[in-house]
Design a binder for this molecule. Structure first.
Ligand SMILES: O=P(O)(O)OC[C@@H](O)[C@@H](O)c1c[nH]c2ccccc12
Length: 293
């Protein structure tokens, strides 16, 4: 794991010995590190506005979560589709200018999505927690808060805004944090989608307790290169371990045609996570229908 963290914020008691600390005047070594450093500042601002104990107090009245994992495994004709509400990305810029998150979510629900993924990062993906909240009120599907989680605060914040699942990215988290965040997510009645991109991350995650849903990102988040072979090679090498442990697998990113979906499904993926190719279509729900017919 190569990601470094900023010098610790004295107000936050984080086990920084788990991470290399960058010099105060250092530049980020890649886009992922830049996103994580920005996230550290963002979450500090969130905490200023609404301290953790206040988030936890408001959570006492939060409605029960929908079962994100059950919605994936209940799909009659796998692979289940997690359809993503994504306006922009660092590698592609604005993907969909005419971006109405509620209309997109409703279109996906019509089109047969099993679950939705909602980008909540504002600076790099033009997403937001207000989108998550609006979509929660507009559709019945389980929702994944798609963000860069580096603190427990963010998991509870995501639940407060209607998320049923959160993304835990192995590339930016130590094993200790991954294990701790898995426990917190479960305790909150939510699903953790633990995301890997290579065999080393895959083996790190398999050594953890409580992993039920594993995402293989075909996109390298440090370079944004995409290759569907990532899913095929990882599942060829380690797929049996996942099925033995009953772990559900999601192939994420770079799925543009039905052939792509069939390719990753044939390699053993139980679900797929698709954003850009649907976001580029006038009606994302119709694009989804055409992908799975
Ligand atoms: O737009 P695509 O190529 O269909 O990819 C969707 C989704 O997999 C991608 O947005 C994603 C997967 N893991 C992430 C982590 C952070 C940000 C984004 C992602």
């Amino acid at each position: 794991m190569q990601i470094r963290r900023r010098p610790p914020n004295p107000a936050v008691n984080v086990a920084y010995m788990l991470y290399q600390i960058a010099a105060p005047d250092a530049d980020p070594q890649n886009i992922l590190e830049e996103i994580v450093w920005q996230k550290e500042k963002e979450v500090d601002q969130f905490r200023e506005k609404l301290p953790l104990h206040e988030v936890q107090r408001q959570l006492l009245n939060a409605p029960a979560r929908k079962d994100f994992l059950a919605a994936l495994t209940a799909v009659a004709k796998p692979p289940a589709v997690i359809a993503e509400v994504k306006k922009a990305s660092p590698s592609k810029g604005v993907i969909r200018a005419d971006f109405d998150p509620v209309a997109i979510a409703q279109s996906y629900q019509q089109g047969g999505a099993a679950c939705l993924s909602v980008l909540t990062d504002k600076k790099f993906f033009q997403g937001g927690f207000e989108n998550l909240k609006l979509i929660r009120a507009a559709v019945d599907l389980p929702l994944l808060c798609k963000d860069f989680i580096i603190y427990p605060y963010q998991i509870q914040w995501a639940k407060l805004h209607g998320a049923d699942a959160v993304l835990l990215i192995a590339a930016i988290l130590s094993d200790k944090d991954l294990q701790y965040f898995l426990k917190i997510t479960k305790k909150l009645g939510m699903t953790a989608l633990v995301e890997v991109h290579d065999q080393a991350e895959f083996d790190r995650v398999l050594a953890l307790d409580g992993v039920e849903l594993l995402g293989i990102n075909n996109r390298d988040l440090t370079t944004f290169n995409v290759d569907l072979q990532t899913t095929c090679e990882l599942l060829a090498a380690r797929g049996t371990q996942l099925s033995e442990r009953g772990i559900t697998v999601v192939s994420e990113s770079g799925i543009h045609q039905p052939e792509d979906l069939l390719k990753v499904a044939a390699s053993g993926a139980n679900a797929v996570l698709i954003g850009e190719s649907f976001m580029k279509q006038p009606d994302p729900g119709i694009a989804l229908k055409q992908m799975i017919q």
